[in-house]
Design a protein around this ligand. Structure first.
Ligand SMILES: *Cc1c(COP(=O)(O)O)cnc(C)c1O
Length: 364
């Protein structure tokens, strides 16, 4: 039987292992990437170590310590980490099941004097109702920051491209993000103050990013022999492999030159609407049972993202998430199954059949 593996380790498959190992980047690629991002998103681009560092830079340049920042109630720990690093306070907005985003009705309940900004995330590539949210933000004097980790290249319902609306735009080049060079990121500030060129990355971070697709491929290969768990744990322990959520926030360093070269290629490819969309997902009842059944058929879909409103699980307790105020996000986190987009649809046919009998809603 053919087996399909989608392990707890993010795939990081946009760039082939060999290409990632041997691409040579130069200073001109850093400059070209900055230029491309500055032009596309109409501001001043700063290349960063990862998305969360870019977000921390954006927050730090537009907000004061103690400001409340509205954030999607169904998000990644990286976002919360950045808000806290900037000294701001996350204000979680519950989502709807239709698009996993907040809407204006929810936002209305959250604004008070301390709230000064909104981070728009366009969860898993589903765009928010930007026209209404923009009106609302203007009326309440809230600044919008757009986080494109899930959605680079996607368009809002009014046809504007994501990343062209707010005061700042953040990109992640992390594993399985819209643009994927294993790590790295950028921020574009529409109104740049105190802009500085960041320092070169640490050699060990660069080496880790270089080797990630290779080591992940080995783990996946050995999965057939049921050795992958042990090998993966060993790689993580030796710091050869870093889990996405553990990538450290550091606003003093940039991505590498070879990452700039690879990111540049991917950004040029984001021409068509929706290409940056990162995941297909569906909501199921009895997820544990469903995952077990999938596993039996060779689909290891556990270790997916968003098993908690703020994922991953191991960081969830830290954030003190208000489950009572975000019941939909809490429920969705218990129901969601993500399907990798890098598999051809035919390979997932059997998985879809299994999932079908558990579905809560139409598949997105
Ligand atoms: C992954 C992610 C980021 C940034 O992640 P980094 O690992 O710091 O690059 C930001 N926002 C969201 C919603 C994400 O999922």
């Amino acid at each position: 039987m053919k087996r399909h593996y989608f392990l707890g380790l993010a795939a990081g498959r946009k760039v082939g292992a060999a290409k990632q190992l041997f691409t040579i980047g130069r200073k001109k690629h850093l400059v070209a990437l900055e230029k491309a991002l500055s032009k596309r998103y109409d501001g001043t681009a700063i290349l960063c170590k990862n998305g969360r560092s870019g977000l921390a830079i954006a927050l730090g340049s537009y907000f004061e310590k103690g400001d409340g920042i509205i954030v999607n109630g169904f998000t990644c720990y990286a976002v919360v980490e950045a808000i806290e690093a900037a000294g701001c306070v996350p204000v979680y907005a519950d989502i709807t099941k239709e698009d996993l985003n907040f809407n204006v009705a929810t936002l209305k309940k959250l604004v008070d004097k301390s709230v000064k900004g909104i981070i728009i995330q366009n969860t898993l590539g589903n765009p928010v109702d930007i026209v209404e949210i923009e009106k609302f933000a203007k009326k309440n004097k809230l600044l919008i920051i757009e986080d494109l980790a899930h959605c680079a290249g996607v368009r809002y319902p009014d046809k504007r491209e994501v990343g062209t609306v707010g005061v700042a735009t953040v990109l992640s080049f992390g594993k399985d993000k819209s643009i994927d060079t294993t790590s790295g990121g950028a921020v574009v500030l529409r109104d740049a103050r105190d802009w500085t060129i960041l320092a070169s990355p640490r050699l060990c971070d660069s080496a880790r990013a270089r080797w990630y697709p290779t080591l992940a491929a080995w783990c996946r290969g050995l999965a057939r022999l049921h050795l992958c768990g042990a090998l993966m744990r060993l790689f993580v322990k030796l710091h050869f492999v870093e889990k996405s959520a553990d990538n450290k926030l550091d606003t003093s360093r940039r991505c590498t030159k070879w990452q700039a070269k690879l990111a540049l290629e991917q950004i040029k490819d984001l021409r068509r609407t929706g290409e940056g969309k990162i995941r297909d997902y569906c909501l199921v009842n009895e997820r544990d049972k469903c995952l077990k059944e999938l596993k039996k058929a060779g689909y290891h879909f556990d270790g997916f993202w968003y098993e908690r409103p703020v994922s991953p699980e191991r960081y969830y307790k830290k954030v003190n998430f208000p489950e009572k105020e975000c019941p939909v996000a809490t429920e969705v986190a218990a129901q969601i199954i993500n399907m990798p987009r890098y598999y051809p649809r035919t390979k997932l046919e059997k998985a879809r059949k299994i999932i079908k009998s558990y579905l809560v809603e139409e598949e997105k």
